[in-house]
Write a protein that binds this ligand. Structure first.
Ligand SMILES: Cc1cc2nc3c(=O)[nH]c(=O)nc-3n(C[C@H](O)[C@H](O)[C@H](O)COP(=O)(O)OP(=O)(O)OC[C@H]3O[C@@H](n4cnc5c(N)ncnc54)[C@H](O)[C@@H]3O)c2cc1C
Length: 512
């Protein structure tokens, strides 16, 4: 049956409304004047403006919206007491499987999470959006092509390196990082301020970017935006893709609150349902290339925080209004970048200056938070196994992750620890939290499961336009498409690859 409120036929069906699905929808909408686009997401709409970053909401509304993003199974949600928060599932996310105390931290990815809401993880993310560098980039795509797509992605996400005004504390941190690490880079490169997806606001914290930024005018209307060519169907899950030979003909959708199932016909389909659930949907549809779900990689994540007692305060008072929503990121006054380099630096570092002066009982001084992400060795055996008999909370094939760190990965994590100790010492600070390798999955940067490749040789799932091998009109999007070992936060990269996918879809719809 068809759903009376949704068109039975569209030009493009996008599954998943995170930054990547939003980028595909927006680019095709802009490029193809007649295109009718449906974007379906299994999660609820949290805000009137679709895909608004929750960091832009006041605290009580933010907490309520985060709770609505945490999926169907209470056992996988962070919970009221926040017991799982930070090392496992951040607020607004839910675990792939319930946490077991006896589970090893680095085996099987116990901290694998997802978000189930309009905007996906993109309404919860930290907005760090640097470009991939050196061996993180696609070796089989001309450099100019990737750079052009990255520039469009930066525009869509509104990326800036001027998110925060300079402070004395920030200058101290930047100088310290430069002294420690600038020697590791080729001439002309080095540490700097972090590119962030946001709009700076003098005297206030930045307005954070997300899927709404990408959607632009399409985010502002109700279910139907613009001239009625674009629709968002919330709480509408894609259960199965429908295809005949090389062509996807549409999909079977389910409106979850009512359980009503209906088919939508589509000239092209883009599945952008995160790096875990995109391969899950292909597998559930009977599309099972050898590389599907394999080459899974997460970035080993090492975290610490430092208190510099005699350091300059981090300058929050200068902001005038302090909007503390219960999230430490509300107290951030600067973010700095220790880039990946190959050769040179296997980790990518993110360093935050934090001013805790609005918090009661905390001695106001400079706090520095450090997160290092490492490039993992990629192996086909790190993979998702899809069950033929068990179902997850949404009735889709249950997923088990087979995953382990190699000796090289552990060496990288050891280097991250040493780097963070060097920063603390050079700043004259004391660790509040010593450098610690967080559980596998905690980076939330899962990649490789629907990876791109230059040839259909069994080691990739899609071509350089993100089109699934063997199909004319089925595309995949998201971090799962990235085939390289990266340490960089991957969202900008994935949005750039989605820009290329959208160009291919647009050409198909226009009939070029
Ligand atoms: C707390 C946090 C901080 C982060 N910080 C950063 C950062 O600073 N920088 C960075 O680069 N990345 C960061 N990330 C990761 C970033 O959010 C993701 O890389 C990004 O959101 C991926 O976009 P996406 O559109 O591919 O997937 P998602 O944003 O995950 O969206 C996927 C969507 O698909 C939907 N879906 C899944 N299955 C189906 C189905 N069968 N039918 C219909 N819909 C379905 C889901 O409900 C979801 O809304 C962070 C993530 C979190 C949680």
């Amino acid at each position: 049956m068809s759903c009376p409120e949704l068109p039975p036929t569209v030009d493009l069906l996008v599954v998943g409304s995170g930054p990547v699905g939003s980028a595909v929808a927006r680019r095709v909408y802009d490029a193809v004047p007649h295109a009718r686009i449906l974007m379906a997401d299994l999660g609820p709409r949290l805000t009137g403006q679709a895909g608004l970053h929750l960091g832009n909401l006041p605290a009580p509304e933010r907490a309520a919206a985060q709770a609505r993003s945490q999926g169907r199974d209470p056992e996988t949600a962070p919970g009221e007491d926040g017991a799982l928060v930070k090392r496992y599932a951040d607020r607004g996310t839910h675990l792939l499987r319930p946490r077991r105390d006896d589970e090893p931290e680095q085996f099987g990815m116990p901290a694998a999470v997802m978000s189930s809401n309009i905007g996906g993880m993109g309404v919860h993310w930290a907005c760090t959006a640097p470009r991939p560098l050196d061996s993180e980039r696609l070796p089989f795509l001309p450099a100019d092509d990737l750079d052009a797509a990255l520039s469009v992605a930066e525009h869509l996400l509104s990326v800036t390196r001027d998110a925060y005004p300079a402070t004395e504390a920030g200058d101290l941190v930047l100088k310290t990082l430069g002294q420690l690490f600038d020697g590791d880079y080729p001439v002309g490169r080095g540490v700097g301020t972090m590119p962030l997806s946001c709009t700076p606001r003098p005297g206030r914290r930045p307005l954070w970017g997300g899927p709404d930024t990408v959607l632009g005018p399409l985010a502002h209307a109700g279910a139907t935006a613009g001239d009625g060519r674009f629709r968002i169907a919330d709480e509408t899950m894609c259960r199965r893709l429908l295809f005949s030979g090389r062509k996807v003909t549409g999909a079977l959708l389910e409106h979850l609150p009512t359980g009503t199932e209906f088919a939508v016909r589509a000239s092209a389909v883009a599945v952008c349902a995160d790096a875990l659930r995109t391969p899950q949907l292909l597998w559930a549809s009977g599309i099972r290339p050898d590389a599907l779900g394999r080459h899974l990689n997460d970035q080993p994540k090492t975290v610490s925080s430092v208190h510099v007692k005699d350091g300059p305060t981090a300058g929050l008072a200068a902001r005038g209004t302090v909007e503390f929503g219960g999230d430490i990121r509300d107290l951030e006054t600067g973010r700095f970048w220790v880039p990946f380099a190959d050769p040179g630096r296997r980790n990518h570092g993110q360093v935050m200056t934090i001013d805790t002066s609005p918090l009661e009982g905390v001695d106001p001084a400079l706090f520095v938070g450090m997160v290092w992400y490492g490039a993992k060795e990629i192996r086909a055996e790190d993979r998702i196994e899809f069950s033929t008999s068990e179902a997850d909370a949404y009735g889709m094939p249950d997923m088990t992750v087979h995953y382990d760190l190699t000796a090289t990965d552990l060496e990288g994590a050891e280097q991250a620890r040493a780097d963070q100790e060097a920063v603390a010492e050079a700043l004259g600070g004391e660790f509040l939290e010593r450098p610690e390798l967080f559980p596998a999955g905690s980076s939330k940067h899962y990649q490789g499961t629907v990876r791109m490749g230059p040839a259909d040789d069994g080691t990739s799932v899609c071509d350089t336009d993100s089109r699934v091998w063997g199909f004319d009109n089925l595309y995949v999007g998201g971090n799962g498409v990235i085939p390289t070992a990266t340490a960089v936060n991957p969202t900008l990269y994935s949005v750039a690859l989605a820009v290329r996918a959208a160009a291919s879809i647009s050409a198909r719809l226009i009939g070029v």
